[in-house]
Design a protein around this ligand. Structure first.
Ligand SMILES: [Zn+2]
Ligand SMILES: [Zn+2]
Length: 417
């Protein structure tokens, strides 16, 4: 039996509209598929009927209990159908924090947020009890603020600024983005200065949002795989109260450079927090960048080896980082009260996130050290069997679809014969 430090009192939403509280089982409700997260689009059809809004208490069956925990653990949920849906999707997986795209992350232009979307988002934030400081929107993958080509950089900046303005419209405080690349046309120092210049210009064009730079896996000309590069950007930023860093565990693990040593800063961040070494990773981050800049983490295990430079996310405990890494992270007081966001595969089944979130909440509450190996082992087994079952289901679905397509082609061929 796992003992916990704190009672796990629910912080579930207080009241909901009838449309919010529609009793959907988690099985029926498929939130962000990996594909959907990538494209920001959904194949889900909109509800046919809109029910009249009335205040009703939450259907506890529909929402898992959200544990009270100083470590704010959540996931990057789908905003398909409207940004307001992200809030509900977060609650559906028991998240105490969440990430979302505030527009399609693969298009340069998207229609503006409607007043209805903004109002519904704000209303649901209140209803479900989320604080803006635990929401970490993610930027477009198209944006490259480090591009030395002025025209292309300007296009990126316009898209970036549009995202920031959307966040402020929604009352959000943080915005996470990938710093960019030299595209082989500039030195890293030059691109770092360009990224910082864009951040400075964006600060002037917005009111309060904090711009959060994500560390990267370290391939090619990409900026941001070293603490020194993140610090380099921050050094050029004029308003340092409105800039920060989000550490992605998978990227950090992939970015470690050979020769691999336990003293490698990123490696230590996630492996040696509890070791006796004086210079653990968070301390290294504190020394090289500054702990006050740590605004969030992306909790992803890795499919690839230390130093692979590959960005391949794996479910918690099933990859090369291992579950103990995540126990260290969600037990370290320095990672409290900031968004800790899963970007792990769901195979179109958000039950996996529900399980991972509850596992991480459990790990951050462990008190009895003797229980740790046993608890970690059983949590990994639970996650493994859930992931396996969904991989099997997805494989079956793909096979069925292929078979249907094959049948259709054969029918077509015989019609044409
Ligand atoms: Zn990212
Ligand atoms: Zn990430």
């Amino acid at each position: 039996m796992v003992q916990t430090r704190r009672s796990t009192g629910a912080s579930a939403p207080i009241t909901l509209t009838s449309s919010d509280s529609h009793p959907e089982s988690s099985k029926r409700r498929k939130a962000a598929s990996a594909d959907e997260l990538e494209t920001g689009t959904s194949t889900k059809k909109p509800a046919r009927k809109k029910r009249k809004k009335t205040e009703l208490s939450t259907d506890s069956e529909a929402f898992p209990v959200r544990v009270s925990n100083p470590w704010k653990i959540g996931a990057h949920v789908s905003a398909a159908g409207g940004v307001e849906n992200a809030v509900r999707n977060a609650a559906m997986v028991g998240a105490n924090a969440f990430a979302l795209f505030v527009k399609s992350q693969r298009k340069w232009d998207s229609p503006p947020l409607s007043v209805e979307n903004v109002d519904a988002f704000k209303r649901r934030m209140q209803e479900f009890g989320y604080s803006p400081k635990h929401v970490l929107p993610h930027g477009s993958y198209l944006v490259n603020l480090g591009n030395p080509d002025e025209e292309k950089r300007q296009k990126s900046f316009n898209c970036f600024l549009d995202d920031l303005q959307r966040c402020e419209q929604l009352g959000l405080e943080l915005y996470n983005f990938h710093p960019g690349s030299t595209v082989g046309q500039a030195t890293k120092e030059e691109s770092i200065a360009l990224i910082a210049e864009c951040i400075n210009n964006a600060h002037k064009a917005t009111k309060y949002i904090t711009i959060v730079i994500e560390n990267m896996a370290g391939s090619g000309n990409i900026i941001g795989s070293r603490f020194s590069e993140l610090k380099g950007i921050i050094d050029h930023v004029e308003d340092k109260t409105r800039v920060g860093v989000c550490l992605d565990t998978c990227h950090a693990f992939a970015a470690v450079r050979a020769p691999f040593s336990a003293l490698q800063p990123f490696y230590c961040v996630f492996r040696d927090m509890t070791s006796q070494r004086k210079m653990d990773g968070i301390s290294t981050f504190d020394a090289e960048v500054g702990l006050s800049y740590l605004k969030g983490l992306h909790l992803n295990d890795s499919k690839t080896a230390l130093g692979s430079k590959k960005d391949r996310h794996e479910n918690i405990g099933l990859g090369t980082l291992g579950i103990s890494t995540f126990r260290h992270i969600v037990s370290d007081p320095r990672t409290q009260d900031i968004p800790l966001i899963l970007e792990t595969p769901t195979f179109e089944a958000t039950e996996i996130w529900t399980k991972e979130i509850s596992a991480l909440n459990c790990l951050s509450n462990l008190v009895d050290n003797s229980d740790v190996p046993e608890t970690e082992h059983s949590l990994v087994n639970e996650i493994t069997s859930l992931v396996r079952s969904h991989v099997v289901n997805k494989t079956k679905k793909v096979s069925k679809t292929r078979a249907r397509k094959q049948d259709a082609m054969e029918d077509h061929d015989s019609d044409c014969a």
